[in-house]
Design a protein around this ligand. Structure first.
Ligand SMILES: [Zn+2]
Length: 141
């Protein structure tokens, strides 16, 4: 069977989001005007010191090139932002577990220095060659 007929079981590992990119002053103003100075969730007037820019889809569940897109960001008042963050915690935790990020079994195992289950390895050929001859199982070549 040719290689291209074998179904791909895994998606490629896409770059994971790095540190959160803060909004520029221009982006902040753009969002503020688009929302007419109101919280995206409750509609309360956004006052200075009571504004947090939120990611509608948690950035941890997106790839690095899309996670900080402006379309995915809205301005929330602090109480709404806090409630949203609490609600997103499960999604963020599951994404981290599945992608091998912080808190995943893979990350914990790597921190311990790898698996404690060791294989016995492969026998070396006495003549130093790297592969064993293929067996024909009685077939004639
Ligand atoms: Zn609000």
């Amino acid at each position: 069977m040719p290689d291209d007929m074998i179904p791909k079981l895994r998606t490629p590992d896409l770059p994971k989001p790095g540190p959160r990119r803060p909004l520029s002053r221009h982006e902040y103003a753009e969002l503020f005007l688009a929302q007419m100075g109101k919280c995206f969730h409750c509609g309360a007037r956004l006052a200075k010191g009571n504004v947090i820019d939120e990611h509608l889809v948690p950035r941890e569940s997106l790839t690095a090139d899309k996670c900080d897109d402006l379309e995915n960001r809205k301005l929330f008042c602090k109480p709404c932002a806090k409630a949203k963050t609490v609600g997103d915690a499960a999604i963020v935790a599951k994404t981290r577990r599945l992608t091998g990020g912080r808190g995943s079994q893979y990350a914990k195992r790597q921190a311990r220095g790898g698996s404690s289950i060791k294989g016995r390895g492969f026998q070396k050929r006495p003549d130093g060659a790297t592969s064993w001859p293929k067996r024909s199982f009685g077939r004639k070549a």
